[in-house]
Design a protein around this ligand. Sequence first.
Ligand code: J2J
Length: 537
Amino acid sequence: MLSGCVDWPAEFVDRYRAAGYWRGERLGEMLRTRARATPARVAVVDGARRWTYHELDERADRMAAGLRRLGIAAEQRVLVQLPNIAEFLPLCFALFRIGAIPVLALPAHRETEIVHLAELSQAVAYVIADVHVGFDYRALARSVCKRVASLRHVLVVGDAEEFVPLSEVDAPAEIMAGPDARDVALLLLSGGTTGAPKLIPRTHDDYVCNVRLSADVTALDARTRYLVSLPIAHNFALGCPGALGTLYAGGTVVFCKDPSPEAAFRLIEQEKITVTALIPPLVLLWLEAAEWVQADLSSLRWIQAGGARLKAETAARVRPVLGCGLQQVYGMAEGLLNFTRLDDGESAVINTQGRPVAEDDEVRIVDASDVEVADGEVGELQVRGPYTIRGYYRAEEYNRRAFTADGFYRSGDLVRRLASGHLVVEGRSKDVINRGGEKVPVEELENYLMAHPAIRDVAIVGVPDATMGERTCACIIARGEAPTLAEVNAYLSRLGVAAFKLPDRLKVLESFPQTSVGKVNKRALASQVCGASPAMS
Ligand code: J2J
């Protein structure tokens, strides 16, 4: 396995193979098998572009050969920061076939995040779009290249300027042995960790399992037309079942650059979309828009909702307003996926976040001393299983805290298990703000703000919000004259921090409430700033 990753112990490898979770299948071959079975079926739609399975497969092969010519080899990391565009798929399959490892950054990431990810992964190449939503990624690449010595290539979809156009990374297809199914296939970004962002190594065996189980539980098949509404680099839209699950099932992946109801509804009507995945604020937006945006949504069979807790009132409106079923998904890029089932009763679908997808997902719910609590009681969810990692990439010290001695991942989520086995997410013990599905890493943000000359101390808390579930409030103790929210956010943007991490509110205080051991009491602080109980935990 790639150095810096934690493998499963041999007994678990044997167990997951024997039980049929790990079948020795690689992501690159998953597409090949499909392309052989149904070469002429449309695999990808992006605007006016339509690629059949054969074309997608061939593009991946040619791009793999082109990447090899550039010197990109097995186990090398390639930082991919692309919006929802078709090129994402042949690129990832090309890397999978070489055995090179895509590191999936979000389009919203900026210089601090990208430099960190490139350095942590020692990426040799960085793949970007030219301009997206008014932001020029080539300018970002110029700054990043100055700071990260390992980067040797910048590949650009669109106008490459001084860099290499991705369209020219093209050579006659070659026969490649490719990686082993037990090798790392991709590095996903963690949303839920303390300190600097962590990378999540997913192997071919475990991610193919993740994709297959998700596609099966969502009943995807060749008639599926999946709309990629969320960023495709996110685990949910990529492989749960997402674009990869759709390709596994022989369906069609339709790219959506803009999940606003106007744009998405038009695509649903035109492309006869059957399923998509959304975060709760988008579910709300789509419900509201259904009243005034004229579109035929009758092809839509399911909306998957996940990333943050969906309110029961919102969940209950999905079928009456949008005319489709709802599937709640409580997932994590570290692995474990919970889904409500398509044939679950109304109460489970509206009030729970689903149950684990695999029999061998070992979920335990524990108290602060790691002792299991009784069913119905709230505790932290810990998990190990056939598609849940045993450690973050190059994070030996952090892994000792984030995983138990017997290999369970400490999710930091506070959940309750019902007698039916369904889970309800009640809050969290980790210091992350879940801004409608987008995760704001509190400690990372506090560290940036501590460096501000007019800030003596900072504590960031989540405050309840009707649309986002919660928003970010930065509480500061000023040094001299306090900065305004606009000044703080301008400062963070100059540092190159992604916009979704910027505080929504700023509260200037004289002091912070303390716990008995002298730490900032964030619960009390959150109550103090919002005049109510905190949004979560
Ligand atoms: C409450 N909290 C949830 C839910 C995730 C599918 C869906 C989501 C993600 C994801 C994902 C939640 N209700 N329904 O990867 O494949 C919070 C939990 C969890 C964290 C993981 C997928 N669904 N969460 O959101 O890695 O706190 O993955 O631990 O970004 O989101 O975040 P992330």
